[in-house]
Design a protein around this ligand. Structure first.
Ligand code: THU
Length: 171
């Protein structure tokens, strides 16, 4: 028997200005994408923005459904949009942001923490990394608190179920 440790390196930024200008722009795009959310049930608006290798940005936002389980998250809508545009190999990374719609006052402590993508989105992000054939960076924005960044989306889903488990290689 042996044990091994999986570790994740996360960089914390006190403010948005500490990020590279291109990544600041990406976070602003994710914040703007929240305006495209359809979230009448949770009223929790999530925005995502993907950076492509030519500098293009692809936005996504959560799209809810009266049958709650049919809801699509922001991250997945952005990734699907990029894939449908044939850009699966061009994705470099993603910024994600979220918060309650009516929240205009000082954000409560839980929103001052960077947003955490759900498990389903981490799985789809893992597929996006596989299709892009490169590490994808992930920036997690907060409402007035710190931001978190990882260089490789895979650290968000250690021991992932991977297409290679099925004998599939990138196309
Ligand atoms: N949501 C996202 O868009 N992304 C996530 O990673 C977590 C949750 C959305 C789904 C739902 O519309 C709302 O946030 C509340 O769960």
């Amino acid at each position: 028997m042996k044990t091994f440790t999986l570790s994740a390196e996360v960089t914390e930024y006190a403010t948005l200005d500490e990020l590279r200008p291109e990544e600041q722009r990406l976070v602003h795009e994710a914040r703007a994408a929240r305006g495209e959310a359809y979230a009448p049930y949770s009223k929790f608006l999530v925005g995502a923005a993907l950076l492509l290798d030519d500098g293009t940005i692809v936005r996504g936002a959560n799209q809810e459904n009266a049958s709650y389980g049919m809801t699509a998250c922001a991250e997945r809508t952005a990734i699907w949009r990029a894939w449908l545009q044939g850009q699966e190999r061009a994705i470099l990374g993603i910024a994600i942001t979220g918060g309650h719609a009516e929240d205009t006052r000082e954000p409560p402590p839980h929103l001052r923490q960077p947003i955490r993508p759900c498990g389903a989105c981490r799985q789809v992000l893992s597929e996006a990394r596989f299709r892009a054939e490169r590490k994808l960076f992930v920036i997690l924005d907060s409402r007035g608190g710190v931001l978190h960044r990882v260089d490789d989306s895979d650290v968000l889903l250690p021991l992932a179920f991977d297409p290679r488990t099925l004998g599939i290689e990138p196309q």
